[in-house]
Ligand binder design. Structure first.
Ligand code: T68
Length: 834
């Protein structure tokens, strides 16, 4: 490209006159909104409500996004930079409008414009429904990373699935149990997606695979499903750079399976078309747990095959020879969910492009990098070979062939070590063979990373130790997770964001988060401290208002807000928190009215979803709700202890909760939480952290200073030994922690509902105690006591801690994380868009 090509069609001047102006003023904006109300929604001033105003506003903002999107993609096509692709089965986007307006720098103008049209921006923003195409941390991380990719001007695209049903809606039944309702989020249409009905891929399932010579094969027959692309523009902050997430939707290849149609089997023909569309129907609601469902494997392959065919087509358009593929393309695998992309690229290269097997493997292993997000054994994916045989027969052959060569090289390096070979094999033997996706992901990738220092070290020394011995340690890295400060401070906490900008003199900190350390100069300034405290108070009042509106409960916004929000999981130990709450309650009950006046008032808030099939997690929710009911109704606790479970946790609810915390809890059993990312969000918003020495808590403490966090509990190296003790030398809870024994006894007294309901939960602690509740309980109470004292005795010191915490969170921007991926893993350069 010379940049001086002839105008491609028609009259250049006429085209240019038709282009929409990019520097919109308020007048252009109101015109655009009214235009969409009139001609896109077919409504008028007489019959437009907040939802309609939201839709028209979104369509107006979308125009600006698309203009930048076009500009960005044209630049990529012209300059042919190396591109990175982030393959993630989950993108937990939340709402888009506010973020888009902020990144475009148009928020104020839209606010003014909407005001003129008789709407408040706040109401309009609130009419948007969350896009909840993810479970928790892993999915939200993907969303933060694409935000940072665009902001840092990295050619980075996401590939995902366009689920018709996102994360289920959580309801709480009168008895405290979780109920699940579907989330048909596309029902009101989605203004942010651009259907690309012409961008498609054929994806085959089943049929038969035949082996030819030189490792080549032919895969034919079975059923073909059509993947259709839906693009979602991802704007960078204060830049034209606008990237893309391409979400695939499944459609039947033909309305009918002609063969069954001809055979007169109409019902079966229609059934085929139903099952094809089913593939992208629903997000699997398990976090950190492998369920082994056939449809889930179909989702994974459908998505990998469509994405790779798209990536290959785009690569071929550059005109480069296939050997250049890894110099133009790098693919990041978000956990093992997209591991099938490895044998799929092998299949494309060997079977379709006729690249010799060894050359193909060279290309593959220079293309992929893999991020591991957990060391929990129950989360590791292992697919039955029988299922592969049925759905992906050619991929099974490829995996067997890869394994054959691989095990030979293991044997050469560690002669006679059959145990090592058995552990490293891509195939687990036993009752029915299984394919170990993590082993395949490691084998097919040039870099493997964990998501926090401790986690990466555990990956190297435990689950992937054999692979480190084999490949060398250099292949195994750490990239500590990060969060986008645009959404997780500027957008969710305008009170604090404005104060920071006013104090630092510019908004540059939003793109260089280390600049927050400039706040330290002001940490002792009483005026600044007062403003800081006022911002927190404002956010607590905002949350209190929400709680009043949704639950009808009045909470005292002057009390300490203690928040734990995350997926409900035994390893995350919401149980430890609620047991601590009961201990607090019993302590209050035992006090005289005079003593009670000296208690630091607390509001303890929980939120989070349990996987629908995770019975124990659901029981824990039920316990929290019922404990809350008893405490909140007890006059003895009135004004000093309130306990609430907020239903239906979501990105939007997080945006309300996180800025309002005084203290937040991140209390997983040491060594179990790979990183955690909400810990970063709370601290960035000036909430202090109460946690175990686990995941990113450790690095947060390193940055903000250990004097500013409340650590407790056993350390990772002790965990194995403690579990061994529980198993072979159990000690009664009464002996280990009398305080905990009293709490368990209180639960079994029937105060919170019949003992038989809670018995299975209490038994997990009395017997086995896999997550070490009894070992950490006393230490947890100790830490809570320190929190109370620090908050009450020296409020000014608390504010100072809060300022210091925010000021020292620079490291945890996802901009830092994505630049680390770009420089140390992807070998990719940034590209300015003009
Ligand atoms: C989380 N993992 C980690 N998994 O638990 C958390 N799993 O420590 C970390 O901060 C975060 O990833 C980002 O790295 C998950 O969220 C899942 O959601 C999940 C989904 C499907 C299958 C397995």
């Amino acid at each position: 490209a010379t940049g001086k090509e002839k105008w491609p069609r028609g009259d250049e001047e006429t085209w240019k006159a038709g282009l929409r102006s990019v520097d919109a003023d308020v007048n252009d904006i109101t015109k655009s909104i009214v235009h969409h109300i009139q001609t896109s929604l077919a409504r008028q001033a007489y019959n437009i409500d907040n939802l309609g105003a939201y839709q028209a506003t979104a369509l107006a903002a979308r125009e600006d996004l698309i203009i930048n999107w076009n500009q960005t993609q044209m630049t990529y096509t012209r300059k042919q930079p190396k591109r990175a692709y982030y393959l993630s089965l989950e993108f937990l986007m939340g709402r888009t409008l506010d973020n888009a307006l902020l990144n475009l720098g148009l928020k104020e103008k839209f606010e003014t414009g909407l005001d003129k049209l008789g709407f408040t921006l706040e109401d309009v923003l609130d009419s948007e429904r969350d896009a909840a195409l993810g479970n928790g941390g892993l999915g939200r991380l993907a969303a933060c990373y694409v935000d940072s990719g665009a902001t840092c001007e990295i050619p980075l695209w996401g590939y995902g699935l366009r689920y018709h049903y996102g994360m289920f809606q959580q309801l709480i039944a009168p008895d405290g149990s979780q109920l699940e309702a579907p989330d048909p989020w596309l029902d009101n249409s989605n203004p942010w997606e651009i259907p690309r009905l012409d961008v498609t891929a054929d994806v085959r399932f089943g049929g038969h695979a035949e082996k030819l010579d030189k490792g080549r094969g032919i895969w034919s027959g079975g059923q073909e499903v059509l993947a259709v692309a839906y693009d979602c523009p991802i704007p960078g902050s204060d830049t034209k750079s606008t990237n893309n997430i391409r979400f695939w939707s499944a459609r039947p290849r033909r309305g009918f399976d002609l063969q069954s149609f001809n055979a007169g089997d109409y019902d079966r023909a229609v059934e085929t078309s139903n099952s094809a569309a089913n593939i992208t129907n629903v997000l699997y609601p398990n976090d950190n747990h492998y369920a082994g469902k056939s449809l889930r494997l179909q989702q994974q392959y459908f998505w990998c095959a469509a994405s790779l065919s798209d990536i290959m087509r785009r690569f071929k358009n550059t005109g480069q020879p296939i050997s250049e593929f890894p110099n133009h393309v790098v693919i990041q695998l978000n956990d093992t969910h997209p591991t099938l992309a490895i044998p799929e690229l092998m299949r494309i290269l060997v079977d379709e492009e006729e690249v010799p097997w060894d050359d193909a493997w060279q290309i593959v292993t220079r293309t992929f990098a893999f991020t591991n997000h957990t060391v929990l054994p129950e989360a590791l994916e292992k697919w039955p070979v029988s299922l592969f045989q049925q759905l992906l027969p050619r991929h099974l052959q490829i995996i067997y062939d890869l394994n054959w060569t691989f095990l030979q090289s293991v044997e050469r390096k560690f002669p006679g070590d059959v145990d090592k070979m058995a552990r490293m094999s891509l195939i687990e033997e036993g009752h029915g063979q299984q394919i170990r996706m993590a082993n395949l992901a490691v084998l097919g990738s040039f870099k493997v990373n964990g998501v926090a220092e401790l986690h990466s070290e555990l990956v190297r020394t435990t689950i992937l130790k054999d692979f480190v011995d084999f490949f060398g340690v250099d292949k195994f890295r750490n990239v500590t997770n990060g969060i986008t400060p645009r959404r997780w401070l500027d957008q969710c906490n305008p009170a604090l964001s404005n104060l920071i900008t006013e104090t630092l003199g510019s908004r540059a900190w939003l793109k260089d988060l280390y600049l927050l350390k400039g706040l330290l100069e002001h940490e002792s300034d009483p005026t600044f401290q007062k403003k800081w405290a006022a911002a927190k108070a404002n956010n607590k009042e905002r949350l209190a208002k929400y709680i009043k509106n949704t639950l009808g409960v009045t909470v005292d916004s002057k009390a300490m807000f203690d928040i734990q929000v995350k997926r409900i999981h035994e390893y995350k130990r919401q149980s430890l928190n609620i047991l601590g709450v009961i201990h607090r309650y019993l302590t209050i009950k035992a006090m005289s009215p005079e003593e009670r006046t000296k208690v630091t008032p607390r509001v303890v808030l929980f939120a989070g979803k349990a996987a629908p099939g995770y019975w124990m997690a659901k029981l824990i929710i039920r316990l929290i709700v019922n404990v809350g009911k008893v405490i909140n109704a007890d006059p003895d606790a009135k004004g000093i202890l309130t306990v609430l479970f907020l239903p239906d946790y979501s990105v939007s609810l997080a945006e309300l909760l996180i800025p309002a915390s005084d203290i937040s809890e991140h209390i997983s059993t040491a060594g179990t939480e790979a990183s955690g990312t909400s810990n970063m969000k709370f601290c960035l918003n000036g909430g202090l952290l109460l946690g175990t020495v686990d995941g990113a808590n450790i690095e947060i403490a390193e940055e903000v200073g250990e004097e500013n966090v409340f650590f407790f509990g056993h350390l990772t190296p002790a965990v194995e030994e403690l579990r061994y003790q529980h198993r072979y030398h159990p000690m009664p809870v009464e002996k280990k922690s009398p305080a905990l024994a009293a709490v368990l006894e209180d639960i079994m007294s029937g105060r919170y509902g019949d003992a038989s309901i809670w018995e299975p939960f209490v038994n997990t602690i009395r017997q086995g105690d896999y997550y070490l509740i009894s070992d950490d309980f006393d230490s947890y109470l100790q830490a809570q006591k320190m929190v109370d004292e620090a908050y009450t005795k020296d409020p000014q010191q608390w504010i100072k801690k809060s300022i210091q915490t925010t000021a020292k969170m620079g490291k945890f921007s996802s901009d830092r994380a994505i630049m680390t991926y770009a420089e140390e893993i992807w070998n990719i350069e940034t590209l300015k868009i003009n």
